[in-house]
Ligand binder design. Structure first.
Ligand code: OOG
Ligand code: MG
Length: 259
């Protein structure tokens, strides 16, 4: 039985000291995915005790592009707090992060609480107030973004920051699987995708999250933000970068990092 508090301490220290660590499974090969979700919960409890508030949840590794890059082929689930949310046009301070990357995502804001086990994509759409474009900044606490499934779960799925677009559209006006996105780094288009890249439909990805939480006695709460997973591979966000995601029908979301 692994001492989970020790793992929580290591991950918290990696983040606060900006000192990436080796994957936990290098020295705890028996760490289970369930234990990793326990570590993730304890990390969030620490944030809450510091005054942060949970404002949503995220699904990751929902697209082939992400799964292939990270070498993990099942979706993973993490927490979002108010301290992670960037206000529009707020420059991102990269010097407090380790090695941030940014990825475009479709986000839902819920009007109703959703909890599995049998939530479908339709249930998600019925419980959604509006949909918007988003950018997630991920920042693995592991060296070189190298991890196995339990590692990335324990690390709250690399969550670091996120930004939501200003254009908010009710889901019934959109065909979310067909909705295209262009990702630009500076003036260069670096990737493109459509909503179907995440488990066939972004609402299906959110349904997986509701079912995961239901199995653990939790729920997606009314008012929360749900990030449904990187549609494309993530791009490294060096100091002084400008990354823009332009979504069909949902406008543009940009992140500028400070020099
Ligand atoms: C894990 C987090 C994945 C996504 O949207 O696929 C994720 C990582 O890539 O470090 O947030
Ligand atoms: Mg993501």
């Amino acid at each position: 039985m692994t001492n989970l508090t020790d793992l929580v301490d290591r991950l918290a220290a990696a983040e606060s000291n900006r000192q990436p660590i080796s994957p936990l499974t290098d020295y705890h090969p028996g760490l289970s995915v369930d234990e990793a979700y326990e570590v993730e919960d304890q990390l969030i409890e620490r944030r809450i005790s510091r005054g942060e508030k949970v404002v949503g949840a995220k699904v990751g590794l929902t697209s082939k592009a992400k799964q292939h890059r990270m070498g993990v082929d099942v979706p993973i689930f993490g927490w979002l707090t108010d301290a992670m949310q960037l206000s529009t046009e707020e420059p991102l301070q990269t010097d407090v992060l380790l090695h941030p990357r940014v990825e475009p995502e479709i986000a839902f804001v819920l009007s109703e609480t959703l909890s599995g086990p049998e939530i479908t994509a339709h249930d998600v759409l019925d419980a959604t107030r509006w949909v918007c474009g988003g950018l997630e900044v991920i920042d693995s606490r592991y060296e070189d973004f190298r991890f196995r499934l339990p590692d990335v779960v324990a690390d709250n799925t690399s969550a670091a920051r996120f930004s939501l677009g200003n254009l908010r559209v009710p889901p019934d006006r959109l065909e979310l699987d067909m909705l295209g996105v262009l990702l630009e780094h500076g003036s260069k288009i670096v990737a493109s995708a459509a909503g179907a890249a995440v488990l066939g439909h972004p609402a299906a990805a959110a349904a997986c999250l509701a079912n995961h939480l239901g199995n653990r006695g939790r729920a997606l709460e009314a008012g929360w933000v749900v990030l449904t997973g990187g549609l494309t591979d993530a791009v490294p966000l060096a100091a002084g970068s400008h990354v823009t995601a332009t979504f069909a029908h949902l406008g543009t979301v940009a992140i500028h990092s400070c020099l």
